[in-house]
Design a protein around this ligand. Structure first.
Ligand code: BG6
Length: 475
């Protein structure tokens, strides 16, 4: 019997991101994003899938929000498409785009669903990429800040929770190391760190700006936190785990919450001859914003196993841009990842580890003592629609086990303010098309065709509804 100590105001939510659900990629004055461009280049995405139409949330948001209300959601965590609001990235506002988000926010509020709004979930305006290489240039920080301030001002009093950047660690690794996301650069370590630095400053300046514009609202980044285990008790494997944690978790979380880079990372940069261009005043901005961050957003999916990598020959897979071939590239000698024999895996070979969520919360709490908002957690699988029903017992089992671990974490002292199931409806998986489904609501569409785009409530929808209604007692 689980000891459910969830607070009465616990935020039960579910989420989406603009590019993955909205569609309408060139409607009503929207500018192109880097994802619109990238996904239109053959070979860049799975079976050429893209978000041109996605699941048409742009036109069906009222239907979707009314389904959220039926489910009893307390919050909807979604992102705003920057080029829908600022088609050129900065300068003129596209009123139709901003009005869409206003209507979406109002629709949520009408049903007492708290909008949790992400400013940046990877769909950078293409105009900024073309003009100066987007995040590679410091000017991108100013454009982001202009965009952020506009939204904070326009939605003041309506939006109480803001997320600055979603999965910065993920998007910068995929964009500048593995070439899987735009701008599709491979092993550009110098740029990878520089882009990250620019994003830290953008995040920090947004935090500072929100506190000036709307003191009542709360803000944090959402981070793809992947905790790790040492392969065994061999001391070198414990050290490999430490290296992994520094380079894959603390590099980001320490900057957000302490306002400084981990010492190990600074040494790492020195050894790799990566010289960061840090402007005077950056340090002060990071430190100041770190004091003002309200919560840590966590996207949690799985854990890693770390092992020593003495000979630098472990290979990491990446997709060749020109040919689309999967190739291997040498990885650093700091660690390598091994399979975890104790865990089952998803259809996409990602380990399923409910207790890893508790571990993540405990680590964050121990290191930073900050409230935690689980911004994403869910299972991507093949689902099958039969007679209008989807019997996704595997998803229920996945979510149940993770929520139970969350309750244990709360019982152990973690201040967890909410939990958002990824995702509300099925949507585009960036690199796995529409066949990889996460939703509580099934959407009738295939990789190559939109089909009817009709919505069907999965068994997990009805299950989550009971969980929310009982505030976690019925699980
Ligand atoms: C998260 C992203 O890190 O991973 C989401 O924020 C994404 O946008 C999710 O959908 C799952 O990733 P994938 O590759 O399984 O679709």
């Amino acid at each position: 019997m689980i000891n459910n100590k969830l607070p009465l105001n616990f935020i039960w939510g579910s989420g989406s991101s603009a590019y993955q659900v909205e569609g309408a990629y060139e409607r009503d004055g929207k500018g192109l994003s880097v994802w619109d461009t990238f996904s239109h280049i053959p070979g860049n995405t799975f079976r050429g899938t893209n978000g041109d139409i996605a699941v048409d949330h742009y036109h069906r948001y009222k239907e979707d929000v009314s389904l959220m209300a039926e489910l009893g959601l307390k919050a909807y965590c979604f992102s705003i498409s920057w080029p829908r609001v600022f088609p050129e990235g900065s300068g003129a506002v596209n009123e139709q785009g901003a009005a869409f988000y206003e209507a979406l926010i109002d629709e949520c509020i009408k049903y007492k669903i708290e909008p949790i709004v992400t400013l940046y979930h990877w769909d950078l305006p293409q105009a900024l990429q073309t003009a100066y290489g987007g995040w590679e240039d410091r000017r991108c920080i100013d454009a982001y800040l202009e965009y952020a301030k506009y939204l904070f001002t326009r939605f003041k009093g309506k939006v109480k929770y803001w997320i600055t950047i979603n999965g910065q660690n993920f998007i910068t690794s995929q964009g500048w190391l593995t070439a899987l996301h735009p701008p599709g650069k491979l092993n550009e370590e110098q740029l990878f760190f520089q882009v990250n630095h620019h994003m830290y400053i953008a995040h920090a300046k947004a935090v500072q700006a929100l506190k000036k514009i709307d003191g009542q609202a709360q803000i944090g980044a959402s981070f793809s936190y992947t905790p790790s285990y040492a392969f065994d008790c061999a001391p070198e494997n414990a050290m490999a785990k430490m290296n992994y944690d520094e380079l894959h978790n603390f590099l980001w979380t320490d900057v957000y919450i302490y306002g400084r880079y981990p010492k190990f990372v600074l040494k790492y940069l020195e050894k790799r001859q990566v010289v960061l261009d840090i402007a005077p005043g950056d340090q002060a901005i990071l430190l100041d914003a770190a004091q003002k961050v309200d919560f840590m957003g966590i996207n949690y999916y799985s854990t890693r196993v770390c092992e020593e990598n003495p000979i630098e020959q472990e290979k990491k897979m990446y997709r060749e841009r020109e040919t689309g071939d999967i190739k291997a590239r040498p990885m650093s000698c700091y660690y390598k990842n091994a399979k975890n024999p104790y865990l089952e895996v998803t259809d996409w070979d990602s380990s399923i580890d409910a207790s890893g969520l508790r571990l993540a919360c405990r680590e964050i709490t121990s290191r930073y003592q900050l409230p935690i908002l689980i911004t994403e957690n869910g299972l991507g699988t093949f689902d099958y629609l039969e007679n209008g029903e989807v019997h996704d017992t595997y998803r229920i089992e996945y979510l149940r086990s993770h929520i139970k671990e969350l309750m244990l974490a709360i019982d152990e002292g973690c201040d967890i303010i909410g939990y958002c199931v990824w995702s509300f409806t099925d949507m585009l998986s960036w690199l796995n098309g529409y066949q990889k489904r996460y939703g509580l609501v099934y959407v009738d569409r295939a990789d190559q065709s939109e089909l009817t785009l009709q919505r069907y409530k999965k068994d997990s929808f009805y299950w989550y509804k009971k969980v929310i209604a009982s505030n976690g007692d019925v699980i």
